[in-house]
Design a protein around this ligand. Structure first.
Ligand code: 9L3
Ligand code: MG
Length: 133
């Protein structure tokens, strides 16, 4: 079972969404930036590495978003909230980036595997931002 990690990066109350460039069947879909955990690294190390590689930023990880989210039959997605502690995200490997306000979270076509995670992020966001609904 492959483990894929993703970052729900929050800044100024907005969530960073990234549009995949590849492979062809996923291109154009939006995701939490991240990628596969390599042998010998922890999930958290992998996520920090992926954010550096894909976005050019250093992130600090916060609370986990739910548990293992299925990605097909052979991978699971694990997502953490994160904040940027150095740099400004740029799309090094993605087609585009967008900072989505809470009322824009579903304005992009999320990858099917990421969509339920976005719903959970939506539920957790008020607490995270110190707001009440
Ligand atoms: N994937 C799905 N949602 C995500 C991420 C980061 C990745 N938020 C899927 C796409 C690929 C696989 O996991 O099928 C590995 O991702 P990557 O290493 O190509 O980013
Ligand atoms: Mg990736």
């Amino acid at each position: 079972m492959g483990i894929v990690v993703g970052a729900a990066i929050i800044s100024d109350g907005r969530l960073l969404a990234a549009q995949r460039a590849a492979p062809a069947e996923l291109a154009g879909g939006w995701e939490f930036p991240g990628g596969k955990v390599h042998h010998g690294e922890t999930d958290e190390e992998a996520l920090i590495r992926e954010c550096q590689e894909e976005l050019g930023v250093v992130v600090s990880l916060g609370e986990r978003v739910g548990g293992d989210w299925p990605l097909g039959d052979d991978m699971v997605l694990r997502v953490w909230f994160a904040t940027v502690v150095a740099g400004t995200p740029v799309a090094r490997e993605h087609l585009a980036l967008r900072w989505l306000a809470p009322d824009e979270l579903f304005d992009v076509p999320w990858l099917p595997g990421d969509l339920p995670v976005v719903r959970r992020v939506r539920q957790m966001l008020p607490d995270l931002l110190g707001l009440s609904e």
